[in-house]
Design a protein around this ligand. Structure first.
Ligand code: SF4
Length: 347
């Protein structure tokens, strides 16, 4: 796809109000890959986003070059963040993608600031930084280069096999700082994948990416998320998934049961009513207390996956080179004090 295939329209007063800046350019791509998707290019004021101190998340800083995600997972926790832009949290989240086109230069500038202490930066914590848009906008090479040049530790969580494009840069960064990469694969059931994660590379392709990363010295963990109750939690499904993760050479596996926070819950339940109406009542009971499945259920899944991981020999990475496992996510958090809401999500 070349840029001359783009349709472009200037910012409208409505865009300016929406994104807090007049520097919004709206583009559409007339190719099958991007049909129906609108890109809102903005020049962000800040790219380093502080996770609130009260958060129980194991990282304090994030970088999110995109908002919205064409991977279109029905359970995506980040859906609600689109409402902060007055954008739709359903189809709008999947198809109205905000692109912070100045993210690399802004990050380089902020990393060079004397106030910056070189803290770990997590990426992929809101939406996927290797979603399809990244193939066009190529923001991540500039971001990783800046982190490499400042020897700043970072981690990436993704479902995007596009990360392999940046393998050389990741290796260069891992030579000078701690680099953590995790790929999210909650299940290997292809029928479930097609309906629940329709815009993502298949689980097999994601696990191929795990293998490639690991083979090239970037140890890669798998966030086994989400484990979807009654659809992806049968013992044979868990076993097949953990076995495939082990065969891919993952350095760790971290199970996480589906959360249904506001924004995600409505969209997921609408999907459930359409595709698995017989499960609606069971879900309402399982998530009757709120966004999380009961602790007994979470413990049961975690224990089972850990037993399978031990059986298949998945363990901590022993590779040299500074690889670190991505911090485990999934606890609820409040909004940061900065101007950009961050809501951590399952990738
Ligand atoms: S869960 Fe991750 S990959 Fe899926 S839509 Fe949300 S941000 Fe994108």
């Amino acid at each position: 796809m070349r840029w001359d295939n783009l349709a472009e329209s200037p910012a409208t007063p409505g865009d300016a109000a929406l994104f807090g800046t007049s520097a919004v350019t709206t583009r559409t791509f007339d190719t099958p890959e991007f049909r129906g998707i609108t890109f809102h290019e903005v020049r962000a004021r800040s790219i380093l986003n502080r996770v609130p101190g009260a958060s129980r998340m194991p990282f304090e800083w994030t970088v999110n070059p995109y908002r919205g995600c064409s991977h279109a997972c029905v359970y995506c926790f980040a859906r609600k963040t689109h409402s902060y832009l007055d954008l739709d949290t359903g189809i709008g989240f999947d198809s109205q993608i905000v692109v912070k086109v100045n993210a690399p230069e802004l990050l380089r500038r902020q990393l060079a600031s004397r106030q910056w202490q070189g803290a770990h930066i997590a990426m992929g914590t809101n939406v996927d930084c290797y979603q399809r848009a990244e193939g066009r906008y190529r923001l991540m090479p500039g971001i990783i280069s800046a982190l490499r040049d400042h020897a700043n530790p970072f981690s990436i969580l993704t479902k995007g096999t596009l990360i392999l494009r940046d393998l050389d840069l990741l290796r260069q960064a891992a030579d000078v700082t701690e680099v953590g990469v995790s790929v999210s694969v909650g299940f290997t059931d292809r029928d479930l994948w097609r309906t629940v994660e329709p815009g993502t590379p298949s689980p097999e392709r994601r696990l191929d990416a795990v293998r490639t990363l690991t083979d090239h010295g970037i140890g890669c963990g798998v966030l086994m998320a989400p484990v979807i109750p009654f659809l992806g939690d049968r013992p044979d499904q868990l076993r097949a998934t953990v076995r495939a993760i082990a065969e891919a050479g993952a350095t760790s596996v971290t199970p996480l049961v589906l959360h249904l926070r506001p924004g995600a819950r409505e969209w997921f339940m609408a999907w459930l009513r359409e595709h698995h109406p017989h499960l609606v009542a069971r879900y309402e009971r399982l998530y009757a207390e709120g966004a999380y499945a009961p602790r007994w259920y979470q413990r049961r899944i975690t224990r089972h996956v850990h037993e399978l991981a031990a059986e298949f020999g998945i363990g901590p990475s022993s590779r040299p080179g500074g690889h670190r496992r991505l911090p485990v996510r999934g606890e609820p958090e409040s909004l940061p004090a900065g101007d950009e809401p961050t809501q951590l999500t399952l990738l």
